[in-house]
Write a protein that binds this ligand. Sequence first.
Ligand SMILES: *Cc1c(COP(=O)(O)O)cnc(C)c1O
Length: 219
Amino acid sequence: MSVTTQIRELQATLPKDVTLVAVSKFHPVEAIREAYEAGQRIFGESRPQELAAKVPQLPKDIEWHMIGHLQTNKVKMIAPFVALIHSVDSERLVAEINRQAEKCGRTIDILFEVHLAEDESKSGWDTSELKEFLASGAMAQFPNVRPRGVMTIGTLTDDIELNKKEFLTLRELFEELRSQFGPDFDTVSMGMTSDYKEAIECGSTMVRIGSMIFGERVY
Ligand SMILES: *Cc1c(COP(=O)(O)O)cnc(C)c1O
């Protein structure tokens, strides 16, 4: 099916309070333009170089999200324009985003990536580690960073029940943290092509969908 058809289908079927991030990594600007023409305005990329190269070629009203692992030395490439960084997995990275945001005269929205998967290789905070960090009041040192919520990548598995368990755990953590942050803290980013329906059932407010829209990626 075409990009246009898939975007329209998702726009028609996703609940109104769930935001769609169209994950365009590894796909050319032509495919992004097609999704844009179909009404999509929020796009997610996972590599800073690729993102920075695409931005000047596309309309200015696109909201660009960084969803992939971000090295501190790459933050400056995206700080001038990035709308939301989903993959914030360490205090060092928070500090660097704050530093670069300040240089650009911006406040950058972030999500804390939480590691719930039973998969050793993935990045993200452990739940207890994140709670401890936030309870310490450390975020007060970073006025140019605005915490908007939490994000997770589900375990890569056919066991959808395991993914649901992870999603419910993230939603619960979000509720707990929201009482600390107040109404700006409003985002639970979870769910991809294979599991977005379950993620929404479990309280996702933002889904990141790539291959369903753009087809398989060629690496
Ligand atoms: C690539 C990617 C997605 C999209 O995955 P699909 O299975 O293609 O929908 C979502 N989230 C993250 C963090 C990704 O890296």
